[in-house]
Ligand binder design. Sequence first.
Ligand SMILES: Nc1ncnc2c1ncn2[C@@H]1O[C@H](COP(=O)(O)OP(=O)(O)OP(=O)(O)O)[C@@H](O)[C@H]1O
Ligand SMILES: [Mg+2]
Length: 211
Amino acid sequence: MKSVAIINFKGGVGKTTVSYHLAAFLARDHRVLLIDVDHQSSLSIVVLGSLLWDKCVKEQKTVNRVFESFCNRRIPMPDDEIIIKNVIGERNKNDQGYYPNLDFVSAQFELDDTEIDLASTNYGNASLSDWEKRTLLASWLDKVKAHEKYDYVIFDCPPATKIVSQNALAASRSYVIPVIPDDISSRGVTHFRNLVQNKIDGKLVPGIKVE
Ligand SMILES: Nc1ncnc2c1ncn2[C@@H]1O[C@H](COP(=O)(O)OP(=O)(O)OP(=O)(O)O)[C@@H](O)[C@H]1O
Ligand SMILES: [Mg+2]
């Protein structure tokens, strides 16, 4: 299984557009799980349509549950009930653009509140707690045996590098930073790469000292 985070701390650079098209392209020949981890939920609303997205939010079948399980110990880590199977194929069976291998996990606005709770929640040993809250998505992927079920997992990240984004990075083998090719946007890439290497990878890989 290859996992990719589509990420940039800058907004409006095409992260969601790249996530959606990359996932749909790959789903023609591979089993793909596309996960919206942006509380803005624009990908979820486009992929599911507003009625189905509303239903997912009402039934709490969103990625928010994965993060809530850390902040509120009465909420268990979800299983695969938050995965909407065959998300585009179901709705467009007779269309040319039929993608039977594309599964989806939705976001919801409240993920923004959960992010704030995550920052202020800790249990016991500080390092272990830090580790646990940054590997929630990775743990969930293990729990649902994503490595057996999917060839690709793609995360559409918010324009931020906080704990939810760090979770997507920790669960990914690689990341793609979409940029608008102008001076200011491209300067941000170097900053982002340093941030990932020093502040995120450096914290997540125990024993590796980042120079
Ligand atoms: N290659 C492109 N050429 C022109 N416009 C594009 C391209 N890719 C995306 N857009 C447009 O740019 C806008 C922002 O794209 P998108 O929502 O994918 O960015 P984003 O980085 O996900 O934004 P946010 O940070 O708010 O999540 C959208 O209106 C989208 O249609
Ligand atoms: Mg987006």
